[in-house]
Every structure is written in C-alpha cells, then in structure tokens.
Design a protein around this ligand. Structure first.
Ligand SMILES: CCOCCOc1ccc(-c2cn(C[C@@H]3NC[C@@H](O)[C@H]3O)nn2)cc1
Length: 448
C-alpha cells in the first residue's frame, strides 16, 4: 500500500454536460439543438436513444447537488445549453433559461461547490447549423453574443470558464468521421468548423477581458496520446499526426498564433485548406488562463495508407479495456502532460477522466471494482505529474452520474452514481465511496 498526498489547494470535482443529463428538452423555452435532430435520425444513436429525459437533472438538480455534497467535491464542471439561453441561436434571449442556471449555480454556491462552466458542450442551436454551422461566421458571432450574455449574467458567481469542450470532437469526430452531430463526413467542412470554433474562442476571450469578467477562462481539448508501433519513421509520423490533430491543431493557434505547418501541408495534399481571414490568428491567440484536459486512453499507432485522412491506425496492444472498448493505460496521461509542456507550464485541470464500466445493480449495490482500479491508476499518475512540477491544479471525474453517452446512447455508463433510466433513481456506486474517501483524505491509498 502506498499513500499519495495531494496539494492542500488541489481541486476535486466531477463533470457532466447539459445535453447528457438535463432532459426537459421541450421545457423552459429551450430551442432545438443539433443533438435533438441527430438523435432522431435513424441509425445515428444506439437504440434510438435521445436526451429528451436523460437524467432529468433539469428538475432534479437539487438532489444531484445533495449527492455532490455527500461525495465531498469542491468543484463541479457543467455546461450551459445555448438553446436554453438563445433558442434560435442569435435572436431573443430566453429569461427562463437564464433563471434556471441562476437557481442551479446559486444552489451549488450554497453547497460550497465551485461552479466550473463550459459554454459549449456540443449542443449547437439547430437554426445555426441549418445556416452552415461553425463554418459560417454568423455562428461565430452568435457564439460571442451568447457568451457575452452568460458572462454578464454570471460574472462574480462563476469564476472558472471553458469556451469549448473537446474541439477535436466538434470538428473531426462530428464533421469528418460523422459519428457525432451533425454527422458530416467531409475534410474541408471539418477544417472550416475547427477554424470557426477557434475564432469564436478567441473572440469570446476578448469579450471576457473587455467586459472585465472575474475569474479565469480557457478551453478543454481531449487528448489522444499515441506511441509508434515500430521505430520506423512512417509509424512515428503516423503517431505525430494523430496526436497533433487533437492537440497541436488547436493549441498551436492559441499559444503560437499559427497552425502546425506539417499538418497544414498534410491536409493541402488532401486538397483542404484553412479558411484564415485577415486578423483571425491574432484573435485566436488571445492569452488564456487555464487548460482543461480530457484523458481516457492512449493508442499504439502505425502508418497505414488506407487508414483515413491521417493514414494512421491504432493497433490492439492487448491491454485490458473498459466496456466501451478503450484500452486502460494511465501512462499516456503522464506522457501527454509532459508533451503539453511545450506550450509552457500552464495551469491545467483534468476536466474529464473516467471509465465506462457497465456494472449494474446487484442487491442494491454496484460493485464497480474495475472503475476503482481505473481511477486508482490514473490518480497515481496525477500525483507523479504534480511531483514533476507540472501545474496540475485539479481533477474532475467523468462522470458524476451515468448519462447519455452520445452515439452510444444510455448503454455506456461512466458514472460514479448509477442512474435507473426508468425510475431516475440515483444509486452511488462503490467507486463513489472510494472517491469520497480520496477527497476526504486528500490522499490516494493504493491497494497494492
Ligand atoms: C471507429 C472510429 O472511432 C473514432 C473515435 O470515436 C470516438 C467516439 C467517442 C469519443 C469520446 C467520447 N468521450 C466521452 C465524452 N467526452 C465528453 C463528454 O461528453 C463524454 O461523454 N470522449 N471521447 C472519442 C472518439
């Protein structure tokens, strides 16, 4: 048994997102999002599941906050649904939507829990997608208007802000691979989306500074750490492309004011170019205060000319996998955090980390020992990272509770709390009590 002590001001939290937990999709003046549309498109989401009810957190948020208090977290990452605030994307403001989030945030603050707010966690108003989505500057301007409404409403209540969750998913998973909403499958479209969201990010940060909003603002890329299958230059290059598309493609423009040239050249070969307008890169590279990092797994990659636009394929490493099929390898988090140092020792929060383990109720308990093992391994890496002097300031487990896992629907469960989707009864899993103990002690006690 080993004890890993964490810094006294380390933030312990959990994370969720609006479309995945709220439900009440046709209530409170909410408009239609691209995920409402995508989920209703036959074949896009497992079992035809959708977010109409989800965990019903729109109505049950007080119960959720009681469970957060019981867990002992001091930070809670959530997202605001743009379609609740400006239902048609860039028109009238919906006061009822703002009032819902005021009630929610006030309850969090009452419970002594720091709100950590994501402005955009994938639920784009459908009207804007109908008019070209993130590739249309109208959407960029609409996002800035939405962000300014939220900043002015919640300045002083919310002090931690993220503009976008997982830009790689927004751009490439959703517009090149077509696996998430809106389901496009086009390289140029995905590059246009990536650029549009980066400009929107930069403009929102400019507004944040101009309006004198309290707190810190950043963005939350997801990590795809990968190592080469062999020492061949081709396999190493395939690895580099895979990592870069999740990380450098977004963080180079933000921290360096330019895209990674080797990737720009790679896409040019494929006939796609970045639609940069005069002044864009200066806007995108506004200084930010923090980074959210979402880590789940890592890959072993090799060159394969048939393997998609990156010509990079993952090889099965024979590692234990979670129930969604992702290899469990916490070392990738450690390696990635050192890779990230090329942007400087910036303040980082792990804004998502967790395991899909589909254990169900067994005599009223959920003995999700595999999830405990996953967290134990990854928190041990977090401790190593902090010990190496990297400014890792906090950790948010994905997720507080089981919820709508996008194209997987409700079959994939990431929660510390089990949700019965018929009764909506919440049941803390054994991992909930394990994490509760880590938070109470502010140390990790490994079992081996
Ligand atoms: C066959 C080709 O496959 C390509 C990869 O396909 C995927 C699918 C899904 C993901 C994915 C899902 N999550 C968890 C979410 N993060 C944000 C939060 O909302 C969680 O629900 N992270 N990454 C990645 C890649």
């Amino acid at each position: 048994m080993t004890i890993f002590q964490f810094p006294k001001d380390f933030r312990w939290g959990t994370a969720t997102a609006s479309y995945q937990i709220e439900g009440a999709a046709q209530e409170g003046g909410r408009g239609v999002s691209i995920w409402d549309t995508f989920a209703r498109t036959p074949g896009k989401v497992f079992n035809g599941d959708n977010g109409d009810i989800a965990c019903d957190s729109y109505h049950r948020y007080e119960e959720d906050i009681e469970l957060m208090k019981k867990l002992g977290i001091n930070t809670y990452r959530f997202s605001i649904a743009w379609p609740r605030i400006i239902p048609d994307g860039d028109g009238e403001i919906n006061r009822e939507g703002l009032d819902f989030y005021h009630r929610f945030v006030d309850k969090l603050l009452e419970a002594g829990i720091e709100p950590f707010c994501t402005l955009y966690h994938w639920d784009l108003p459908q009207t804007l997608e109908d008019d070209g989505g993130w590739g249309n500057r109208r959407t960029v301007d609409a996002f800035v208007k939405y962000a300014e409404v939220i900043f002015k409403e919640f300045s002083g209540k919310i002090n931690f802000w993220l503009t976008f969750n997982e830009p790689w998913c927004i751009a490439f998973l959703s517009n090149l691979l077509g696996i998430h909403a809106p389901g496009n499958r086009d390289l140029q479209t995905s590059i246009n989306v990536a650029h549009g969201l980066l400009v929107a990010h930069g403009k929102a940060v400019q507004s944040f500074r101009r309006l004198g909003i309290t707190g810190q603002i950043g963005i939350a890329p997801n990590v795809c750490w990968a190592e080469p299958y062999s020492k061949s230059p081709e396999d190493q290059a395939a690895c580099d492309r895979s990592i870069a598309l999740n990380t450098d493609w977004f963080l180079d423009p933000i921290y360096k004011g330019s895209y990674p040239q080797f990737m720009v050249d790679w896409f040019a070969e494929a006939g796609a170019t970045v639609p940069i307008q005069e002044g864009d890169m200066e806007i995108i590279s506004q200084p930010i205060d923090l980074l959210g990092i979402n880590y789940y797994t890592m890959g072993l990659n090799r060159f394969n000319p048939e393997a998609g636009v990156l010509q990079s394929e993952e090889v099965d490493m024979g590692l234990t996998k979670t129930d969604i099929g992702w290899p469990i390898e916490s070392r990738g988090l450690y390696e990635f955090m050192h890779y990230l140092q090329k942007y400087g020792n910036v303040d980082v929060y792990i804004t998502e980390n967790g395991a899909c383990i589909n254990d169900d109720l067994d005599n009223g308990k959920i003995n999700d020992d595999r999830r405990i093992s996953y967290y134990e391994q990854h928190l041990a890496q977090i401790h190593r990272i902090i010990n190496d002097g990297i400014n890792l300031k906090g950790y948010m487990a994905w997720s507080l509770m089981d919820n709508f896992e996008w194209a997987e629907g409700y079959r994939m469960r990431f929660g510390l709390i089990h949700v019965d989707y018929r009764s909506l009864v919440r049941t803390p899993k054994e991992s909930f009590y394990w994490y509760q103990n880590v938070i109470k002690n502010n140390w990790l006690e490994t079992r081996s």
